[in-house]
Ligand binder design. Structure first.
Ligand SMILES: [Zn+2]
Length: 619
């Protein structure tokens, strides 16, 4: 980032501030999106009255749903605390996220600049949907936790947010504006948690609105090349949301919801995905033509939308009293993420948007991912509790084993309640017992679920969620007439388990990762970035270059040499031609799980299958 002279901008801000002299109980934020310079936005806050001599002002270290420490304070610069006359007060930066202000009773105004997270070159990379993008040509992805701070012990005051914007921008959000005109929007948040739960997407508008039962759903798209449009997404999401509504039991727990989707510009390098909120979800995704990947997009949207059940309406005290700067994690990621992921696939199956074969393939893939990428024996509750530190590399298993836990529970619940209660019914009951404003105690949840359903469910939790045992998929899937085959390791020839890509400029196959080399791969001596010219003397065909791998592999013989002609760059970036070789050998391969429908079903299986192929039983 370039350092810039800001006296002009600051002067403008102060003049604007002096017109606004109310300092009562509320935070009054002003954000200027019409004056973006070097990807930074000026923010001003008229503070609530402070009664302490010294006070801490925080930016979040972490936000709910992200499960990573991001330290949003690192994107804040030129922080100033001023009294009513505009005189600076002493500010000490205690740590990356904490500003300690002296003489705080005199405090009237805070000003600072927010830098975007998309271009950060150091520190933990912030996933796009959890971060901020500030680009004067494209608009702003405005996550409250990246823009706004709060005073210690004063998170529960209300916030007024005034956003000045270019006149051709529309601010899409799940919030209802207090007032809005061509150049200014004003929003109100009842407290800090609400504020960070309400992301905004400011861009040239491409929006569509859907009516789904009792809810009004906004779809806002910002696709730089225009290959994704709100009209196309809305026509596909209409069916999806209808299916989810029916699955949940006929009504949605929200009356307003927004899908906010920012697609990346060419060259933007940022982690992609989506983040759930109570009344919206924010997506940062590659700008791929919509027809090519509407199914994965529906899977992600289905997942985020189901989060309105959990954790948003069913959550533990850890989430309810979320400490943005000293977080304690709940042990129930199996539910917040796992059950949500399961619902996102199962609801599409139940609603007729996908079929049983597709669903079984997805679940089998989750088994493979669980076994090949994560530690199956690590108790899920333990992983959950330490997902920020000790087990951060195991977190991704929430979408794999987590979803399989959801599948097992759904079948077991229906079996033990004679089809009266499925997993969605259980979640509906938990929403009634607890809900948005009433958290459960982390330690009591298994007991509570057992008393709402059946004692056997507690045994399942103890062994397979809090315990280290592998899920009894064979046994449970047989209940609904599905045949599960665990992956069988087998011996085969390989190239060493390298990840491959294609370098368009050079027209060569490139090794993109050597992170998971097997025994044979290690002997070959690959390096990341190696480009392959020939395999055993044969060059890659221009059409379908990757076909050469299988063609050559068909001729592999134990003990004969595999010889690859490689182009490797040296330390100065100069290309060197080298040869890599090793005697061909078979290695143990992990094999793939399979789930198939049984051809003959017993009456009990038929009945449970039928009961399982629905969402909430009470419509
Ligand atoms: Zn999720």
């Amino acid at each position: 980032m370039k350092k810039l002279m800001t006296s002009c901008l600051l002067l403008f801000t102060l003049v604007a501030l002096s017109a606004n002299t109310t300092t009562d109980d509320t935070y009054q934020y002003r954000v200027d999106l019409s004056n973006i310079q070097d990807d930074k936005v000026q923010v001003a806050l008229t503070t609530p009255q402070i009664t302490k001599n010294k006070i801490n002002f925080y930016f979040p270290k972490i936000v709910p749903g992200t499960y990573s420490i991001y330290d949003f304070g690192r994107f804040i610069t030129e922080f100033k605390a001023l009294d009513q006359a505009g005189q600076p007060l002493i500010v000490e930066r205690k740590d990356i996220n904490t500003f300690r202000i002296s003489d705080a009773k005199k405090l009237h105004t805070i000003t600072y600049k927010v830098d975007d997270t998309f271009d950060a070159t150091s520190g933990t990379p912030v996933y796009g949907m959890s971060g901020t993008s500030i680009d004067k040509d494209r608009g702003v992805v405005l996550n409250g936790h990246g823009f706004f701070g709060y005073f210690e012990d004063m998170k529960d005051r209300s916030f007024s947010i005034e956003i000045t914007k270019p006149t051709d921008y529309y601010g899409a959000t799940g919030m209802k504006a207090i007032s809005s005109n061509a150049s200014k929007d004003v929003f109100e948040a009842i407290n800090y948690n609400y504020l960070v739960d309400m992301p905004l997407l400011y861009a040239k508008p491409d929006t569509a609105t859907l009516k789904v039962g009792n809810a009004e759903v906004l779809i806002a798209i910002d696709s730089p090349s225009g290959v994704v449009t709100s009209a196309y997404v809305a026509s596909n999401f209409a069916e999806l949301l209808k299916a989810e509504k029916a699955y949940m039991g006929g009504t949605l727990p929200v009356s307003k919801y927004a899908f906010l989707m920012h697609f990346l510009s060419p060259g933007q390098q940022v982690g992609t995905g989506a983040l759930e909120h109570n009344y919206s979800s924010l997506y940062v995704l590659p700008d791929v033509p919509q027809e090519q990947w509407i199914q994965p997009l529906m899977d992600i949207a289905a997942h985020e939308f189901f989060h309105i059940i959990t954790p948003l309406n069913v959550h533990s005290e850890h989430i309810h009293y979320f400490d943005f700067n000293d977080p304690k994690m709940s042990q129930h990621l199996w539910m917040y993420e796992g059950v949500t992921e399961y619902f996102s696939h199962h609801a599409q199956l139940v609603g007729g948007l996908t079929n049983l074969e597709h669903f079984m393939g997805q679940m089998a893939q989750k088994v493979d991912n669980n076994l090949q990428t994560y530690t199956d024996q690590l108790p899920f509750t333990k992983m959950s509790r330490y997902c920020l530190d000790r087990y951060s590399s195991e977190y991704g298993n929430v979408y794999e084993k987590g979803a399989l836990i959801g599948l097992c529970l759904d079948v077991l619940l229906r079996k033990h309640t004679n089809g009266k209660m499925g997993l969605m019914d259980l979640m509906n009951q938990l929403m009634t017992t607890y809900g948005k404003d009433r958290p459960f105690k982390d330690k009591k949840l298994f007991k509570d679920i057992a008393s709402l359903s059946h004692p056997e469910i507690k045994t399942f939790f103890k062994r397979y969620v809090a315990g280290a045992a592998s899920l009894p998929l064979g046994e449970i899937l047989a209940e609904i007439g599905l045949n599960y085959k665990a992956p069988q390791a087998f011996m085969d020839y390989t190239y060493g388990n390298i990840s491959l890509g294609y370098n368009q400029d050079a027209g060569r196959v490139i090794i993109t990762s050597t992170g998971n080399l097997n025994e044979f791969g290690k002997k070959m001596g690959y390096k990341d970035g190696d480009e392959i010219l020939r395999i055993n003397g044969e060059a890659f065909p221009e059409q379908a270059p990757f076909s050469l791998f299988s063609k050559q592999k068909a001729n592999f013989k134990e003990g004969e040499l595999l010889v690859l002609d490689i182009v490797r760059k040296d330390d100065t970036g100069k290309e060197q031609n080298i040869q890599l070789s090793a005697p061909i050998q078979k290695v143990s391969m992990p094999g793939q799980a399979s789930i198939e429908a049984m051809s003959q079903l017993t009456d009990a299986q038929k009945q449970l299958r039928k009961q399982w192929l629905q969402g909430a039983t009470k419509n």
